[in-house]
Write a protein that binds this ligand. Structure first.
Ligand code: MF3
Ligand code: CO
Length: 279
C-alpha cells in the first residue's frame, strides 16, 4: 500500500519558497512561448531556458538528472515525452510540448506547456490545437479534483472521466506509463499521481502536499517506444502526443497553482474554485 508517511508535507513558508522556483519555470515558459516559431531549433530554445534559469540565479534540475544532457525536454509531434533539444528545426503547424524545471534555494519547480505553431496544413494544425486544448483541460480537471477531492487518486479519476466523456471520434488515449508526482526538496517524490482511474484509493489529500499534475495524451494509440538515446519516447503509430503540467500546492486555505502566474485563478474559475494564494 501507499505509505503517506513518506510524503513531504510543506509549511506555508515552504510553499511560498516553492512559489518562487515555480515562477522561474513560468518565466522560462513565457520566454519559450515567445521564441517558439517555425525555423528555430529545439536546441536554441533550450539555450534560452538556460539563460532564464541563470538570470534568476537558479539551477537546472533536469541537467544531469540520470545524466540528462539539457535543461528542458522539448517533445515535437509524435514525441510523447523527454525529447532532447538539439538540431531539430521547428516547422509550421508543429505541436511542441516544452517541459521545464528549475531549483531555487533547494526547492524544485517543474511544469510543461504546449504550443501549436502557426501555419502548415489547416486540418493538421486544427487537430493538434484540439489535442492540446483537451490535454490542458484534462490537467485543469485534475487540479480541480485536487481542490475538491479527498484522495490523490481523485485526480486521475477526474482526468479519466473527462477523457471517457469525449466523443470517440476525437478522444485521445491516455499514455498511462507517464504519471505526475510529488515535488519539493527533490523533483520526483511520493506520491505517484496517476492520470487514469484506479480502484486503489491510496493516500488522502493533505494540507502541505505539492503535486505535479501532468497528463500526457496520444492522438491515436498510447503504445510507445524509446529511441536509442534512451530518453526520447515516441508513439509507435506516429500519431501526435501532448503534455501539460502544473505544480500545485494544497494548504489549509485551499489550492494554489504555483507554476501559474495568476495562481490558477482563471483555470479554476469555471469549476467555481477560488484559488488561495499565500502571498
Ligand atoms: N519534467 C519531467 C517530469 O515532469 C521530468 C524531466 S526528466 C529529465 O516529471 F531528465 F529531463 F529531467
Ligand atoms: Co513533472
Amino acid at each position: 500500500m501507499f505509505n503517506s508517511n513518506k510524503i513531504e508535507l510543506k509549511t506555508n513558508d515552504q510553499i511560498r519558497q516553492m512559489r518562487k522556483s515555480a515562477l522561474v519555470v513560468a518565466d522560462i515558459h513565457k520566454a519559450l512561448d515567445d521564441a517558439a516559431v517555425p525555423g528555430i531549433t529545439t536546441g536554441e530554445l533550450d539555450d534560452i531556458a538556460r539563460d532564464v534559469i541563470a538570470s534568476h540565479d537558479a539551477k537546472s534540475n533536469f541537467y544531469g538528472y540520470y545524466d540528462y544532457p539539457r535543461q528542458t525536454c522539448i517533445s515535437v509531434n509524435s514525441t510523447v515525452v523527454h525529447g532532447i533539444p538539439g538540431a531539430e528545426v521547428l516547422q509550421p503547424g508543429d505541436i511542441v510540448s516544452m517541459d521545464c524545471g528549475a531549483v531555487l534555494n533547494g526547492w524544485h519547480g517543474d511544469a510543461c506547456f504546449t504550443k501549436v505553431l502557426p501555419g502548415g496544413e489547416n486540418a493538421v494544425r486544427e487537430r493538434r490545437e484540439q489535442l492540446s486544448s483537451i490535454t490542458k483541460e484534462a490537467m485543469w480537471r485534475g487540479i480541480a479534483a485536487m481542490a475538491k477531492g479527498k484522495y490523490v487518486s481523485d485526480i486521475g479519476n477526474a482526468i479519466d472521466d473527462y477523457i471517457v466523456s469525449l466523443d470517440p471520434a476525437i478522444r485521445p488515449d491516455i499514455v498511462e506509463d507517464f504519471i505526475g508526482h510529488g515535488i519539493g526538496t527533490k523533483m520526483h517524490m511520493e506520491p505517484d499521481v496517476l492520470n487514469f482511474r484506479t480502484s486503489r484509493k491510496g493516500p488522502k489529500l493533505r494540507p502541505g502536499m505539492v503535486l505535479c499534475i501532468e497528463p500526457i495524451l496520444a492522438q491515436k494509440s498510447q503504445a510507445y517506444r524509446t529511441l536509442d538515446d534512451e530518453w526520447t519516447v515516441v508513439t509507435q503509430d506516429g500519431g501526435d502526443a501532448c503534455h501539460w503540467e502544473h505544480q500545485v500546492a494544497l494548504h489549509a486555505g485551499g489550492v494554489w497553482v504555483l507554476s501559474a502566474p495568476d495562481g490558477g485563478a482563471v483555470g479554476l474559475a469555471k469549476y467555481g474554485i477560488d484559488v488561495a494564494p499565500l502571498d
